[in-house]
Design a protein around this ligand. Structure first.
Ligand code: FES
Length: 677
């Protein structure tokens, strides 16, 4: 088409401004708006590469004079609708929108880019701290028009297609998965030599579909030792289309990690059995998520996995035996890229898997995922991140340096090893308050909004307490401490039975009746015993000692901000956590729970290939601090057994601790100093 703007007296360039980015500048007359936007630094969505087929590059041309931009914009300032765009619009009404790839610039323009047309979209991970994820996936689709085979052209269809890809997408050196190659010729013919390719890292073809096709999905999986959570994401938009979770089936071979390692050591088939069980679980999760999202598992072409080191090794089919003893050698610490089929995953035939890297024998890819989500390495303030689980993952750092450790807290925080402990589930006591004068308790159950107190009537068939979960036992111990039922050393006060019949002694061993028989599912009272208190002290002592080692290594006595990660972290009340001495002193308004940071980190790695490289960098540069084998850990651990701590001050708890705590702390400090004098 001969256009008037090509006449010699017409401008060679037009001013274009793009909203909402505000990018603006001159672009050559006649350039398509898809290219013009790219030239001005705004990447528009495009699967068809400007062939007016995919409809992803929609824009709105604003009408009027815009003094701020010194632009008079009009729909007449672009080439009219014709050809392919008209055909596209006949099938997909666009209203006032145009396809940017079909519009040539004939004059100045103010262009609005709807959110769905922006490439590298930013999505927000819903969490206490909103995490912005830029969508830049490793797997994406491109539409390519190849040329038909002829008698004169003896090249293979693959070679012809590669030339078309180079011309239309400027991508060279592509390879094609051997299982995908047999689908190439039928797809080319069915699509009249136009196909949609799904590419991995712009280097490998994972799928060939005839004509224009849409739909590539990814799975982000956080493989926890107790729970496995999978998010099915649309790789083009970043949207989570389905989330599925299940118990890790390996639990039947051992509740905690070390028992699973022992199982692998003791039974010749152990490691293989553990591997098979997690792969079966991942296939189940993928299938369920695909059904929920209304897609096929064949459409899942990318997977990112993270877990602690034992999960990581078992997942990859590596016997975790070396992780069971010093020096806790990892088989591999870097990221692993492989085919899903090599792990036995039943997804798209050529689907890829990326396993996030580990840091050290006890500091796994889950820790890396937490760091990726919370990004201490990008902060100016010193951040302490604690992911509470059977092993507590601890990270301390800022832009200058990031330290990390894993501390063996044991399963007490999850309700295990507690007389009436249970996992967080309906019926579990999750909140506890004790009147400091009468020593009467109030508590709340998961699944019930109202608090129960002595005398509360529960209707026939109503929910009753089935046990005490992690947050419940933490609050119970803290409230017992605040009420003077136990002293800072965690011992039951022998004078407490005189204050209330709820405190009783079996010989020298004390216990507190938290729930009366009428409020429990078993019909028997529910108690918190001296052993329960001790188990919590051991767990919190190990956690705090780990934190102190990192703080000592970094040479600081204070942190700026504390982040409680993990599902459990969301249920811990920061004030109770600090009074217990799980976390060091800090302004309570600077203690936040962020939910499943590891899960968000995995999703970030799925949706953004550059963040995978960042994860590898995090794993390389994080400094691992040994905890359990360190002599200093033992010293810190002993001091950290007291509530909140034998020696460390907690100025932010001033006026909130029992008065005698201060005296007890002072006495202990004096005792500790005595041998050195
Ligand atoms: S880029 Fe596909 S329709 Fe414009």
């Amino acid at each position: 088409m001969q256009l008037p703007y090509r006449m010699s007296d017409t401008p060679t360039h037009h001013q274009i401004a793009l909203m909402p980015s505000g990018r603006r500048g001159p672009v050559p007359a006649g350039m398509t708006l898809l290219d013009a936007a790219r030239q001005l630094g705004v990447e528009l969505e495009s699967i068809c590469g400007g062939r007016q087929t995919c409809g992803k590059c929609q824009i709105v041309i604003e009408e009027g004079h815009f003094p701020k931009h010194a632009i008079t914009s009009s729909a007449d300032h672009v080439s009219p609708i014709d050809g392919r765009e008209a055909a596209y619009r006949a099938e997909h009404p666009l209203g006032a929108r145009r396809l940017a790839c079909a519009c040539e610039a004939l004059g100045d323009l103010l262009i609005s880019v709807p959110e769905e047309s922006q490439a590298h979209k930013q999505i927000i991970a819903k969490a206490a701290t909103d995490r912005v994820i830029e969508v830049l996936p490793a797997v994406r689709q491109i539409y390519v028009e190849s040329v038909e085979a002829t008698l004169d052209d003896h090249r293979g269809d693959w070679e012809r297609l590669q030339v078309a890809v180079a011309e239309q997408w400027h991508l060279t050196g592509l390879t094609i998965d051997p299982l995908v190659l047999p689908t190439l010729q039928p797809a080319l013919r069915a699509g009249k030599f136009a196909v949609t390719l799904t590419l991995w890292q712009e280097t490998e073809v994972l799928r060939v579909q005839p004509g224009y096709a849409e739909g590539a999905y990814g799975l982000a999986v956080d493989v926890g030792s107790t729970t496995v959570v999978a998010h099915l994401c649309d790789l083009r938009t970043g949207a989570v289309r389905a989330t599925e979770a299940m118990m890790n089936p390996q639990v039947r071979y051992g509740e905690d990690l070390m028992s699973r390692v022992s199982y692998a050591m003791m039974d010749k088939q152990g490691a293989a059995r553990l591997h098979r069980s997690i792969i079966t679980a991942l296939n189940d999760l993928a299938r369920k998520a695909a059904v929920a999202a209304g897609v096929s598992t064949d459409d899942i072409l990318d997977v990112v996995l993270a877990g602690n080191t034992v999960m990581h090794h078992i997942l990859l089919g590596i016997d975790p035996v070396e992780l069971g003893g010093s020096p806790f050698a990892l088989a591999i610490d870097g990221p692993v890229d492989l085919k899903a089929r090599d792990l036995g995953l039943k997804l798209g035939a050529a689907a890829r898997v990326h396993v996030l890297p580990c840091i050290a024998g006890h500091v796994g890819a889950d820790n890396v995922a937490v760091q990726l989500a919370e990004a201490p390495h990008r902060q100016d303030e010193l951040m302490l991140i604690i992911d509470v689980g059977t092993n507590a993952e601890i990270v301390l750092g800022d832009r200058a340096q990031v330290l990390c450790a894993s501390s063996p807290t044991g399963p007490a925080f999850e309700g295990a090893q507690i007389t009436h402990g249970q996992r967080a589930a309906p019926g579990a006591i999750e909140r506890v308050r004790i009147d400091p004068i009468t020593l009467e308790p109030r508590f709340r159950l998961i699944g019930m909004d109202d608090w129960l107190q002595p005398g509360s009537v529960i209707a026939e068939g109503g929910l009753r307490a089935t046990g005490i979960c992690g947050s419940g036992i933490i609050e119970a111990v803290v409230e017992m401490f605040l009420a003077g039922i136990i002293d800072p050393d965690g011992r039951f006060d022998e004078s407490a039975p005189g204050r209330s019949p709820r405190v009783r002694f079996n010989g020298r061993v004390g216990e507190y009746v938290l729930a009366d028989a009428g409020h429990t599912a078993s019909g028997a009272p529910m108690v918190v015993t001296q052993n329960d208190v001790r188990a919590i002290q051991l767990a919190k002592g190990a956690l705090y000692a780990g934190v102190k080692l990192l703080m000592a290594e970094r040479g600081v006595a204070q942190v700026d901000r504390i982040v409680l990660a993990g599902a459990f972290g969301s249920y811990i009340d920061p004030r109770h956590a600090m009074i217990l001495g799980m976390i060091p002193d800090c302004d309570l308004s600077r203690v936040v729970a962020v939910g499943n940071a590891a899960g968000d980190g995995v999703r970030i790695a799925l949706l953004n290939r550059e963040r995978r490289a960042e994860a590898a960098q995090i794993a390389r540069s994080a400094i691992h601090v040994q905890t359990a084998v360190s002599a200093e850990f033992q010293n810190e651990f002993v001091d950290a057994m007291a509530l909140p701590h034998a020696t460390d001050p907690f100025p932010h708890l001033n006026g909130q601790l029992p008065a005698r705590t201060a005296h007890a702390s002072a006495r202990r400090s004096a005792r500790r100093r005595a041998p050195a004098q």
